[in-house]
Design a protein around this ligand. Sequence first.
Ligand SMILES: *[C@@H]1O[C@H](CO)[C@@H](O)[C@H](O)[C@H]1NC(C)=O
Ligand SMILES: *[C@@H]1O[C@H](CO)[C@@H](O)[C@H](O)[C@H]1NC(C)=O
Ligand SMILES: *[C@@H]1O[C@H](CO)[C@@H](O)[C@H](O)[C@H]1NC(C)=O
Ligand SMILES: *[C@@H]1O[C@H](CO)[C@@H](O)[C@H](O)[C@H]1NC(C)=O
Ligand SMILES: *[C@@H]1O[C@H](CO)[C@@H](O)[C@H](O)[C@H]1NC(C)=O
Length: 507
Amino acid sequence: MNSSPVSLSLLSLWWLASTFFLLAGNPTSVESHHILGLFVNVHRSQLMVHLAVCRALLQKGHHVTLVTTLPLKEQEIRGNVSHILIPWKQTEEENHNGSSFDIVLHLQRMFRRLEHSGDLLNLPEWKGFLKEPPTTPYDLLLLGYHFNDHLLGVAAHFNCPVAIISTQQPTGFVNSIMGNPEERWYVPQPYDSRQRTGVSAWIFGVWEKLMEAMARRVLARIYSLHFPEPRYPSFETMRRSVVLALSNHHMISEGPIAPLLPNMVDIGGIVLEQKLNDSSHERTASNRSLIIFSLGTRFTWRKSSPKLLQTFTNAFDQFPDYDIYWTYDGPNRSAISLDYPHIKVGKWWPQRQLLESGKVRLFITHGGKGSLSEALYYGVPLLGLPLIGDQRANLQKMQSKNWGLTLSTHNLTHLELSKTMDRIIRYPIYAKSISEASKIYRDRPMKSSDLATYWIEYIIRHKGAKNLYNPARHLNFIEYYSIDVYVTIYGALILTITVLRKIDRLL
Ligand SMILES: *[C@@H]1O[C@H](CO)[C@@H](O)[C@H](O)[C@H]1NC(C)=O
Ligand SMILES: *[C@@H]1O[C@H](CO)[C@@H](O)[C@H](O)[C@H]1NC(C)=O
Ligand SMILES: *[C@@H]1O[C@H](CO)[C@@H](O)[C@H](O)[C@H]1NC(C)=O
Ligand SMILES: *[C@@H]1O[C@H](CO)[C@@H](O)[C@H](O)[C@H]1NC(C)=O
Ligand SMILES: *[C@@H]1O[C@H](CO)[C@@H](O)[C@H](O)[C@H]1NC(C)=O
């Protein structure tokens, strides 16, 4: 405590020196930007991708303000980050037991969900967020994109450029926002469970475009309610203003090969390339082989039938030489462990650490994009049990590449299940195919984290980077497909032929 004059002067000398080096010795230090991450009404698996992009930005010294409807775990995100939590969960009325395949009912439910996604914007917490101006202005809005075009109004509100993150291969929505050609006759779409090409793909495309147009009308209505003209630009103007689309996809290894604009950037694997906090390291020191079983965060065992539970326990009983890690949140957890010592049931397993151990012989999954990326990254063969959404299409693609097999959950029997598991484990073709694909997946010129931060900084550096826009975004349907040109040319041709024929007949 008794500070002598000598130590004081030493201290000030050190302070002077360090200030000098900070100011002079660091010419490459990048400017810190303030980025607004808006990740509301998304699933946990999607949020993981969004947070991975934010982690990459934070690591570069940027300031991120996060707005989420899901709570964040403390160790998930660190750095100069502010968090605004707007607790809200859209009520799920559906019950994924797969009994109803009624398409009308399904569509009704989908559109009702879309209508109600606007309810979030009525919450006082949301209004508070919009009212509160940030201390330093936002340089960019990063929107977790999931059928929520109406939220683009937030970029207009804070007057900053906007980039979107989607968690899969670009959908029709994303392509239409960016003006990316779809070429559907040879590019199977992410929501097409049959992965069609050719004429049937074209017909499916007309159907999908119709649905898209209807959905867009709902979103436009929500937008104009909360971001009315003339105070805000129109819905269509905001859709055309998106400057960058990051996709959690890797076209080169996952396919399908498709044209992609330069401002649509694949960042597939961004979650996996970031190192884990290894404190909860894998407990099993034994060298028994492992099987992992998880149906994802959107499925709950609490509401599933006892029969389904029986199907799985009976099938797993046939594999006593494997440790089976089962993500299970239902009743009777201790009873299962007691009856089957090799089955480990738990609400959560360090899935990535298990996969990384190299001892996993089979991954039984619902086919969500996140799980498939994990399997691909670590080269583990799959057994798919699709439940909803794009999972059927994901698994169809996976099976066609021999990365594993897919079963239906509808009338699944334990015999069918154990036979298929056995087949995937025993025939080396599956493990071999996915481990080769894994090598391609990891072979990249640049890490996805660096790619994402590069493009985000690029946009801010170049004041919105208007140079990236595809002019096709400003064309309407007729102009885009040159229908007016064709009509003129063929019209003139037909007219000429008709006139010539008439003249011929007269002569
Ligand atoms: C965080 O970023 C803001 C700029 O948005 C800056 O004023 C503040 O000093 C930063 N905090 C830290 C701890 O770096
Ligand atoms: C890892 O996470 C634990 C909590 O789960 C935390 O206590 C620890 O500090 C973290 N370690 C690192 C290096 O971040
Ligand atoms: C692991 O396997 C090797 C042979 O593959 C065996 O010699 C060794 O005892 C095993 N270790 C454990 C802990 O089971
Ligand atoms: C729990 O397991 C016991 C026997 O294993 C069974 O009798 C009981 O019905 C189970 N309870 C539920 C809720 O499944
Ligand atoms: C399940 O049902 C489908 C048709 O819905 C049928 O093709 C399949 O064979 C059935 N599987 C079993 C194991 O009964």
